[in-house]
Design a protein around this ligand. Structure first.
Ligand code: KIV
Ligand code: ZN
Length: 407
């Protein structure tokens, strides 16, 4: 993996460059502190960013994009702080293709034991015509200059054609090829506005692998936004086509509807390795604690039914499901809650719960009831459940102690 993360085309020779398709290791590039922080309401101060960066290090991410050095003095300071206090992952700064941005990133990353610069330039027609007001030739020229300048200082250079998913395939291939020639070691393919579908995004990656000369010298990266709720699906479609870096954020925070959620990507890779045939270096039992930490630090709540880390992700309420779970947990659980750092799955008792689940819960609470007693408690339980959504242990104890059985 070290070679994968530090390919040096043009310097150490092609023998040392691991091709993305040859490896089954997917690099997890976390951008919670950069793209994630762009999420409305997610601003963090220096201390909070360091706390998150330490948690990401403990989680085992490969790359931390700690900020956009030229964006503000605060961002530069945060990248410096992370560079000084985090030693495992590569630390990265985002930069436009300008000398000023590259210099700011260099300054910010001075103390990082391993550093990367991530230069970007938009390539889609709408960005060319309305945002940049530049012709295609000028875009290619600036991208090449940006990567070359970055390579003067950094061995590890990532290039992103912003809005790649809405860029003409031929032109995208040309820009990517020229960026690799100029020394880019990772080429990232952003779906900046979350417009792609899994099929179209897969086609883009396939096209680039088939048409870009020298593509095997760079790691192909995917960076998907979630405007249509497809960020994770699109990222995985890219992985199936040979991408070997996924850019993502904790809890999927990010611009608008967010970025691909790290915990969902990682657990999909782990749970469906039969199909995806890749692996990550993430310590999955740190997923839930890291999600909680980010939520506490930013004040951004995680929706209850969020996959992997939502409060309901391992909760089973329907009677049939609860019965199934008690018989064999895999009837309704494809991952074990402990794998992601949840203590255990909780059988939330409510109006859909059945006798079997109630009996089990009461037994766990120390009430071994015979069938007749259980009938009585079950009747009271159903009456209560019609009035109260979730029934907690204290409610059950009250039913037994003050109800028809012992009361
Ligand atoms: O979504 C995007 O295009 C980005 C780039 C800067 C990589 O975040
Ligand atoms: Zn983005």
């Amino acid at each position: 993996i070290h070679t994968l993360l530090r390919p040096m085309p043009g310097r150490s020779g092609e023998g040392e460059t691991v091709t993305e398709a040859a490896s089954n290791r997917v690099v997890i590039f976390d951008t919670t502190l950069r793209d994630g922080e762009q999420s409305p309401g997610a601003s963090m101060d220096l201390g909070q960013k360091l706390q998150i960066a330490k948690a990401l290090e403990a989680l085992g991410v490969d790359v931390i994009e700690a900020g956009f050095a030229a964006a503000s003095p605060g961002d530069l300071e945060a990248i410096q702080g992370v560079s000084r206090h985090v030693s495992g992952p590569i630390i990265c700064s985002l930069a436009r293709c300008t000398q000023g941005d590259i210099d700011a990133s260099w300054k910010a990353l001075q103390d990082a034991p391993r550093r990367r610069i991530h230069v970007f330039l938009a390539t889609s027609p709408i960005h060319r015509d309305f945002k940049l007001k530049l012709a295609k030739e000028e875009i290619v020229k600036r991208a090449v200059e940006g990567v070359r300048r970055a390579r003067e200082r950094f061995d590890d250079v990532e290039f992103s054609p912003e809005d790649a998913a809405r860029t003409e395939l031929e032109f995208l291939a040309e820009v990517v090829e020229r960026a690799i020639e100029a020394g880019a070691t990772t080429v990232n393919i952003p779906d900046t506005v979350g417009y792609a579908l899994p099929q179209t995004y897969a086609e883009t990656i396939r096209y680039l692998r088939a048409h870009v000369r020298g593509i095997e010298r760079a790691v192909i990266s995917v960076h998907c936004h979630n405007d249509l709720g497809l960020a994770v699906a699109n990222s995985l479609a890219g992985v199936l086509e040979g991408a070997r870096q996924v850019e993502c954020t904790i809890n999927g925070i990010g611009e608008r509807a967010g970025n691909a959620s790290l915990e969902e990507v990682v657990m999909a890779v782990r749970t469906r390795r039969d199909v995806l045939k890749v692996e990550t270096g993430i310590r999955t039992d740190r997923l839930y604690p890291t999600s909680r930490l980010l939520s506490q630090v930013t004040g951004l709540a995680v929706q209850r039914n969020k996959a992997i880390v939502g409060q309901n992700a391992f909760a089973h309420e329907a009677g049939i499901h609860q019965h199934g779970m008690l018989t064999h947990r895999e009837t309704y659980e494809i991952m074990r809650p402990e794998e992601v750092g949840f203590a255990r799955s909780s059988l939330v008792l409510g109006k859909h719960s059945g006798r079997h689940a109630l009996k089990e819960r009461l037994a766990a609470l120390g009430y071994g009831l015979d069938d007749k007693q259980l009938d009585l408690v079950f009747a009271d339980f159903k009456t209560l459940a019609d009035k109260k959504k979730d029934i907690y242990d204290a409610d059950l104890e009250a039913l037994v102690i003050h109800g028809q059985v012992l009361g």
